[in-house]
Design a protein around this ligand. Structure first.
Ligand code: MLT
Length: 325
């Protein structure tokens, strides 16, 4: 009996210490681990969202760009981090779904080693080329690729990245091909596109659109079912003659598994406050981002969405036969 009482007392002490720890949270800077290079779309999302979340949480948000291997190094870093809410992962459909289906040797499980915090915005992709490519529309671009099969290369952020999924959707819908060149993120890749070191990219609108607006690259189509209010002059791929290219890159935030639910809830509330802030919304929508509702951002709803995305993408990745052992 006495032993049981001591055990109960110990359990209660641990629970109290855990909740006191959660109540004191956050009392130091929080690191968001970005799986791609600075200056690209995931980095931009982390900086826009992180800046406002930091204000909501009363702490600085540090951005840690841990690049390489299509984001798998960064996600593994968070999966193995202390579950205390001070190291969290930002990623997207590529890093947190496609990689789990493509890379067979991951040392973490995307569905069980991470605790979903909040779903973040989603943006379509733009089919864009350097200004040197002499095509005026998507049909001419496809004809150009077919006539120059070995001359055209396109940037991606590696196997399984969003830009790789975009390229696969382009190949499937147009039956055209180009050589894929892997980068540590599409921030550096778009600079090479501007310089015509590579000729084509299918990348997130948040990364390409500012350069299209500045006349530094050309956009042919958006991979969405409808035109975006942020870029009303750019036709959908279906309008431009190639249906079946629809792909949107949704983002999210995750903590390591075992993070106290109170801390996940605190981070979730900060994320919701961020995406309901008018100025943050304006900045994201200007880049073509679609914002999730607060209901879609709830941890349980996001977890269900994340699991459903695995089910949706499994046959697509298998059909594309993209595998890395
Ligand atoms: C990036 O931040 O560089 C991109 O999200 C990479 C990608 O997935 O294409």
């Amino acid at each position: 009996m006495q032993r049981r009482l001591i055990l109960l007392a110990t359990t209660a002490t641990v629970a109290f210490a855990g909740s006191a720890f959660a109540q004191a949270y956050p009392n130091k800077a929080i690191t968001i681990v970005v799986p791609f290079a600075a200056g690209g779309p995931t980095d931009l999302m982390a900086r826009i969202v992180g800046e406002h979340m930091g204000k909501e949480l009363g702490q600085q948000i540090i951005i840690d760009n841990t690049t390489g291997a299509a984001g798998t190094i960064a996600v593994g870093k968070v999966a193995r981090a202390a579950p205390d809410g001070y190291t969290i992962s930002i990623g997207h459909i590529g890093t947190h779904v496609a990689n789990g289906l493509i890379y067979k040797n991951l040392n973490y499980d995307l569905l069980t080693d991470l605790a979903p915090i909040a779903r973040l915005p989603s943006n379509p992709m733009l089919v864009a080329t350097s200004n040197q490519v002499p095509a005026k529309d998507l049909k001419e671009l496809v004809a150009y690729l077919n006539h120059n099969p070995d001359k055209v290369s396109g940037g991606t952020a590696g196997m399984g990245s969003g830009s790789h999924l975009g390229a696969l959707a382009f190949f499937t819908a147009t039956k055209a091909k180009y050589q894929l060149v892997p980068y540590r993120g599409t921030g550096p890749a778009v600079q090479d596109l501007i310089a015509n070191q590579i000729q084509i990219m299918v990348d997130q609108s948040s990364n390409s659109l500012p350069h299209v607006r500045a006349g530094k690259i050309k956009a042919y189509a958006v991979t969405a079912v409808a035109r975006s209010p942020a870029m009303p002059d750019i036709p959908t791929a279906a309008e431009a003659g190639y249906p079946g290219m629809e792909v949107a890159i949704w983002h999210g935030l995750w903590a390591p598994k075992g993070t106290p639910p109170e801390i996940v809830a605190r981070l979730n509330a900060a994320a919701i406050a961020t995406l309901t802030n008018a100025e943050v919304r304006r900045r994201l929508e200007d880049l073509g981002q679609d914002l999730p509702t607060p209901e879609q951002m709830a941890p349980a709803a996001f977890a269900a969405f994340h699991r459903a995305e695995f089910v949706k993408w499994k046959p697509i990745i298998e059909a594309a036969n993209v595998k890395i052992e």
